[in-house]
Design a binder for this molecule. Structure first.
Ligand code: VG1
Ligand code: CO
Length: 542
């Protein structure tokens, strides 16, 4: 029943910031998905008879690859797989299932915020037994294996009915189809004050949650409407679709503009939120006020004790390097540790496992805590709601009071998408070459204090990750950061992160782009973005 199939390596299966992401037609090449899955198994040790979790964000090609993964898990000796019904498991829910049932690990099929469909994106990532993304050591081993693979193992089994909850046998292995929402909803109930949230909605609090036709729909519907009594219609676009309705399931100000417009409109609900393709990101918009993700991390950390799950306080806060320093000020005030990691959730795992950090966040709309080992969109939304309920205040009040207490970190990210790879590389190479000469020089009247290529020394396992983003720091604490995206599937995406700290309360109501105008101009002077890319404005401004 088990076949060993000869195969040839593909040279391009290097996992990026979060797993392997490619266009669907690339994944549909002969044995492409099988090669990568076998390479994951080959890079692991000791899983014979153990359990593997499998799920995805419901995008096009999800069901096909789930069947392959089940048949390959059986052939490779796993004892059991747990699969989300319909092939659905949000990234945070998968992380929770891995942890709750103490499984060996999990395979999550997702390209997150990237679009889906026959010509759009697909992705595969592996999460380890702690529920977190494979650390770099493992992704390096997987990549090495993909370049040498010559065969894979697969069991000849009939396709499993993944829509029916229950347990079946396949290729000598147990296959359990599980409710994708139940365990996760129960976890949320253990962390947040659901009674207070029910009261909030009962009092007429109005909310809009946009699931963007992605995986969070069933979770949001169950938790917000069924369990918390938010009125029917609170959740929009809640049915996961293989092509996300033709949109990008990316909760930013471009792709969730309808939500932004509604929240800025005359009849805006009290609170608006959205999540991405695989449910790990969050967009937070209060009535008439957008909350920058970097601020959101800081505000959630500052108020976390108001939620039952965090009533004893936080051990520490971790943020990715490009994320603003707003969280640092909170950590300082709370007297707890603050850690600065490279971009990507895999770098938070050790800090969470070691109990050094409780809340982690990224500027890219990712926030999470030690309840799982992934960022978690709905968790962030529920923590915000819990804070609003406990304080009896609006999002605007929470935000403005936070700025008054800590000062405001004006912050924006400019993305230049689908730039020709050679041009993007040239920009980075040139910038790298002149880093040493920048300190002491002046741009637009601002003096550069230091410039480097960020390297991370993991305080837990001592590993070092180099070239994680170029930082240019100015005297007075402002900075610009440049890095190339590791999640795109066509050309290169250049990300420019711009930050300025403003302690003066009377200057907290400026337009963000205006407040950062001199730094934005300086970034172009320093890196020659316009001349290298041939673009005169970014594709996306957050
Ligand atoms: C982006 C974000 C990063 C995030 C990653 C995965 O990576 O910047 O913060 O962890 O996506 O998120 P990059 O390399 O494109 O900048 V998700 O929601 O796409 O799994
Ligand atoms: Co995501």
């Amino acid at each position: 029943m088990i076949r060993t199939v000869a195969t040839k390596p593909y040279p391009d299966q290097k996992p990026g910031t979060s797993g392997l992401r490619k266009k669907v037609p690339v994944f549909q090449q002969e044995h492409y998905a099988e090669n990568f899955i076998q390479s994951i198994f080959d890079a692991l040790d000791g899983f014979k008879g153990k359990t593997l979790v499998i799920g995805g964000d419901g995008r096009f090609y999800n069901r096909e690859v789930i069947q392959k993964a089940i048949a390959m898990a059986a052939a490779n000796g796993f004892g059991k797989v747990m699969v989300g019904q319909g092939g659905i498991l949000s990234t945070p829910a998968a992380s929770h299932v891995i942890r709750k049932y103490k499984t060996f690990g999990g395979i999550i099929l997702s390209a997150s915020h990237n679009p889906g469909g026959p010509h759009e994106d697909f992705g595969i990532k592996y999460n380890a037994g702690n529920g977190g993304p494979a650390p770099e050591k493992l992704t390096d081993a997987i990549f090495a294996r993909t370049k040498a693979i010559s065969s894979f193992k697969i069991a000849d089994v009939e396709p499993i009915d993944i829509d029916r909850i229950g347990t079946v046998e396949a290729g000598g292995m147990t296959v359990e189809i599980i409710d994708p929402v139940a365990d996760y909803a129960e976890l949320m109930e253990s962390l947040f004050d659901f009674d207070a949230l029910r009261k909030l909605f009962k009092s007429g609090f109005r909310m809009r949650f946009d699931a963007m036709h992605a995986v969070t729909g069933p979770y949001a519907k169950e938790i917000l409407e069924n369990r918390l009594g938010a009125p029917n219609g609170t959740c929009r676009n809640f049915k996961p679709l293989p092509d996300f309705g033709g949109h990008h399931p990316d909760p930013n100000l471009v792709h969730a503009k309808h939500l932004y417009d509604e929240m800025m409109g005359p009849d805006a609900p009290d609170f608006g939120a959205a999540s991405d393709g695989d449910g790990d990101r969050n967009l937070i918009i209060g009535k008439g006020i957008f909350v920058t993700p970097s601020d959101s991390v800081a505000m959630l950390a500052a108020n976390a004790r108001l939620a039952p799950g965090y009533k004893d306080g936080l051990k520490g806060i971790a943020r990715s390097m490009p994320t603003s320093g707003a969280a640092d000020r909170v950590a300082e005030k709370l007297g707890i540790g603050i850690y600065e990691t490279p971009t990507g959730w895999k770098f938070f795992g050790n800090l969470l496992d070691a109990g050094m950090a409780t809340i982690c966040g990224e500027e890219s709309a990712g926030t999470g805590s030690n309840h799982v080992r992934e960022k978690d969109g709905l968790w962030a939304v529920l923590l915000w709601l819990n804070i609003l309920a406990a304080r009896g205040e609006s999002a605007r009040q929470v935000v403005t009071e936070h700025w008054a207490t800590y000062g405001r970190n004006y912050y924006s990210r400019h993305d230049y998408e689908e730039v020709e790879t050679e041009r993007a590389n040239a920009l980075v190479d040139e910038l790298r070459a002149k880093l040493g000469a920048l300190p002491g020089t002046s741009v637009r009247g601002m003096t550069i204090a230091s410039a480097d290529d960020f390297a991370y020394h993991d305080p837990v396992d001592g590993s070092v990750s180099k070239n994680q983003g170029i930082r240019v720091l100015f005297e007075g604490g402002s900075r610009v950061v440049f890095r190339l995206s590791g999640t795109g599937t066509s050309g290169a995406t250049i990300r420019v992160y711009i930050e300025r700290y403003e302690p003066d309360k009377s200057r907290h109501d400026l337009d963000t782009q205006e407040a950062l105008a001199d730094l934005i101009a300086a970034a172009d002077d320093i890196a020659g973005i316009k001349s290298h890319t041939g673009r005169n404005k970014p594709s996306v401004i957050t």
